[in-house]
Design a protein around this ligand. Structure first.
Ligand SMILES: [Cu+2]
Length: 181
């Protein structure tokens, strides 16, 4: 029989296993790590809401790199009034702005800008619009515009799962953007 630190060898091995291996089964209290993540998840998240943009004309830049990351519209979230005009500016090359099918208010006019071209759209129908840059939708190069009240927000949220399936990175952007409305 081996003696290790005054214990039988097998007991010592078991002690070491118990210390080093933390087996966590679903439904069990899994110790400090999970308690910490629960605490983080349940703490209120600070969301900076977007203010209504003043004036009747607004500019959105199409950028390779902005404050919010790579391949991005800036500002990516806008709140405007019914009848306002949005000017999408081709500041950097290889971008466009095209509203996403099923992510605009019922009866609203859609738009699809040409690559490398500025496009201006006047939004006469109230609700939330989500648009994309066609070549960079995989990187979640999208933007959100709320016109008047967010009358169709439930339809928009329901459509986000389909939209997320076309992202390979920055997939959190859509939820982040919608939470700012
Ligand atoms: Cu783009």
């Amino acid at each position: 029989m081996f003696i290790f630190n005054g214990k039988k060898y097998e007991e010592a091995v078991i002690d070491r296993l118990l210390v080093q291996v933390n087996i966590c089964l679903e439904g069990q209290d899994c110790g400090s790590a999970s308690q910490m993540s629960q605490a983080v998840a349940s703490s209120p998240v600070e969301v900076q809401k977007v203010e209504l943009s003043q004036g009747s004309e607004h500019e959105v830049k199409m950028l390779n790199s902005g404050e919010g990351g790579q391949m991005i519209f800036e500002p990516a979230v806008l709140k405007v009034s019914v009848g306002d005009t949005i000017h999408f500016k081709a500041v950097d090359m290889s971008h466009n702005s095209a509203v996403i099918d099923g992510m605009l208010p019922a009866g609203a006019e859609s738009w699809a800008g040409q690559m490398n071209m500025d496009i201006s759209v006047t939004l006469d129908t109230e609700g939330v619009y989500v648009y994309q840059c066609d070549p960079h939708v995989m990187m979640a190069m999208i933007g959100v515009i709320q016109v008047g009240e967010a009358t169709n927000i439930n339809d928009i949220k329901a459509a986000t799962n389909t939209l997320k399936s076309s992202f390979v990175m920055n997939a959190e952007r859509i939820d982040t953007y919608l939470n700012q409305l």
